[in-house]
Design a protein around this ligand. Sequence first.
Ligand SMILES: Cc1ncc(COP(=O)(O)O)c(C=O)c1O
Length: 421
Amino acid sequence: MTMYNYRDFFTSELAQLHQEGRYRVFADLEREAHSGIRAFDHRAGRRITIWCSNDYLSMGVHPEVIAAARVALDQYGAGAGGTRNISGTSHEHVLLERELADLHGKQSALLFTSGYVANDAALSSLGRLLPGCVIFSDALNHASMIEGIRRSGAEKRVFAHNDWRDLERQLASVSTSRPKLICFESCYSMDGDFAPMAAICDLAEEHNAFTYVDEVHAVGLYGARGAGIAERDGLLDRIDMFQGTLSKGFGSIGGYIAGSRDAVDFVRSFAPGFIFSTALPPSVVAGIRAALRHLKEDGSSRLMLAMRTASLKAKMLANDIPVLPSPSHILPVMIGDATLAKAITDQLMAEFGIYIQPVNYPTVPRGTERLRITPTPLHTDEDENALVAALVAIRRQSSRWRELAQATQPDSAVPIVEGVT
Ligand SMILES: Cc1ncc(COP(=O)(O)O)c(C=O)c1O
């Protein structure tokens, strides 16, 4: 009798990842709260500089945030103690949901344990329970939206990335009597581009569609109070449901949706991903509330990030580092080959003490592997110069990178970061 060999299966699948240069290796880091951008690398046994954190505004190490979380930890202990319905709702959760609703100009908000869970739970429930629902999804939507939509079982129409004319054609082909959900992101994390949100809102009104926007890479960062691109563009009241994360601009962990009282209450009442999972610890929530309060009132971190981004981008372009066109705080440098991207980031770490994670398939399509550089308000001119010098040195040595770069179009635009206030 032949017996299935589990070990062979796992080793051969992993070998395939190694062969394609896609095997992901964890950095073993200890981030320093006092510097925010440096960490001790346990593998190399030395300090390195982080250039790929999604704690975009360094709120995770902000003194007000740490102090609020510390006080709440002493006051409430380490965990929530249950799901939101069964003993897990603390006053901190109630207050944060009110503050998130206020941020987005909506009646209600609902917390989840991550942004991924928020998308998956909300979209799978909306798509499953809205009768005959059709979901229109941008081609570059995040895996969490794709998964939520898939699990909803609803009919799905993918429109070309940011192409509102394609969306219009597809909306027109579906009967007005059916519920329609338009799902998109406001800032796409791998290319750093923005959605044509006003045009999508116009179409939604015309076709009686429900707009669901993921502002994960924009909340905290754009708009006068940090509500994101919809706030920046004056569109808060034209979006039906916002989804955001608390792990990037707000520097912690968790996700949320915000919308009308009934729509949010519907998700709260029907989404298994919300109902059956333990609530975030109140100390974490208290830290997030401090970050939110700070970012609503004080735009200085946003301004510093915009200035750092513009300055780094200008230096990279001046030194022939092929930054892709990106109007946002995300600076993608195209490599175009998984093995090369990994070799470049290994060299950055080993020779220069610079940590940038390569981004490979399936996060981005094959052949578009890249470095994704994310400045923060805490990086200095010296950090910036060291990064550019390292990239220039590696590029000078790598004929393969120079060859591949000729096929891509670097951003020749004036290095201004749009709309960061
Ligand atoms: C567009 C987008 N949506 C959702 C998520 C998931 O958010 P979280 O990291 O809070 O789970 C991510 C994560 O990077 C993302 O890029």
